[in-house]
Design a protein. Structure first.
Length: 60
């Protein structure tokens, strides 16, 4: 059992070979990734707000 366990990439699109994609396919992938970034930023902001509220509640 000397096999190394390699972590999976966080996203299959990250680091993928794009040399065979058309301009339209690359633009579509960029749009998809930008939408995902916006979704993640909103989730992060929500988590920061929740943490700040919890921190404030426990400082009372």
């Amino acid at each position: 059992m000397d096999e190394e366990i390699k972590p999976k990439p966080a996203d299959p699109l990250a680091g993928a070979d794009v040399s065979r994609l058309s301009v339209d396919e690359i633009e579509a992938r960029i749009a998809t990734l930008k939408a995902e970034i916006a979704r993640l930023e909103a989730a992060l902001a929500s988590k920061h707000a929740s943490r700040a509220a919890a921190d404030a509640a426990f400082k009372l």
